[in-house]
Design a protein. Structure first.
Length: 154
């Protein structure tokens, strides 16, 4: 993905991804309710996204359409996290993750029983469990780690 979206722009995109094509007014209403942004802030961010090629505007009523799929942005954000924080190393990411989270008895049993599986497949199983534990608390963890797990499972 060649477009870099900042957190505030991603909030606009999230409304479009969850609700589909909608008016700028509706996006503004949703973000006012969720975040407290005023209409001018939201419209400025929508216009930035249009300029970057992430949103397409059509008339009547300033209709907005997401030009970038959510999955593409998720993959780019995941890759950026791994490159920026973990020097491009998935191993370092998993080491950090596993070092901070105590594994449940179930996860330890899964690790112990991986036997003939490859290291990547063992990571996959362990991290899948850790991710499942985190999903309830923060959907962003799920997005990032799901993409990593899919990459490892190839």
């Amino acid at each position: 993905m060649d477009i870099k979206l900042f957190d505030s722009e991603l909030k606009v995109m999230c409304v479009l991804w969850s609700e589909g094509d909608t008016t700028a007014k509706h996006i503004s209403d949703v973000l006012k309710k969720e975040i407290g942004w005023n209409m001018n802030t939201t419209y400025t961010l929508i216009k930035r996204c249009i300029k970057k090629g992430a949103i397409e505007r059509s008339e009547p009523n300033f209709m907005c359409h997401a030009l970038i799929p959510k999955e593409e942005v998720q993959e780019a954000e995941t890759n950026e996290l791994i490159d920026k924080i973990y020097d491009g190393s998935v191993d370092k990411l998993f080491a950090a993750l596993l070092g901070r989270k105590k594994l449940s008895a179930y996860a330890r049993a899964v690790c112990h029983n991986t036997g003939s599986r490859t290291a990547a497949s063992g990571y996959f199983i362990i991290c899948f469990h850790v991710v499942c534990c985190m999903v309830c608390r923060n959907n962003n963890y799920y997005i990032v780690f799901r993409n990593i797990l899919l990459a490892l499972s190839d």
